[in-house]
Design a protein around this ligand. Sequence first.
Ligand code: NI
Length: 141
Amino acid sequence: MIYITRRLEFCASHRLFNPDFSDEKNASTFGLCNNPNGHGHNYVLEVTVNGEVNPETGMVLDLKVLKKIINEEIIDKVDHKNLNVDVEFLKNVIPTAENIAIHFWNIIEPKIENGTLYEIKLFESERNFVIYRGVELERSH
Ligand code: NI
C-alpha cells in the first residue's frame, strides 16, 4: 500500500456564524472569524490517495488526473470566492475548515477511479489545519 498526495492552494473569504445564534453567542463562539464582513484565508489543500502500484505503469494513479479532478471539482469553485454565498455545495453550511474538508471529501471520493481516497488535509493557516479520513468503518477483530 502506498500513499500519494497532491497539494493545491486557494484563496477564499468566509464568515463563521450560526443564524440560529444571537449576535452575542455568535461573537463568543466564533471570535474573530465572526467579523460581520468576513475575512480571508490562504488555504492549502492536500489530497491523499492510497492503493497498490500498478506494475504496468509504476503508479497508483496518474497525478495529472488527480490534479484535474481537484481543480475542476473544487478549486475552480472556491478560489477567490466567498464561501458563505458563492459556493453551491457549501450553501447552508458553516464554512469551518472541518465542514469544508468533509464536503471536499464527499465530492472527490466518488471521482477517484484508481486507488482510494485516504485523507483530506486542509490548512486554514500555517498553524491550523484539519484532517478528514471519511466515516470510520467499524473494524472487525
Ligand atoms: Ni476564518
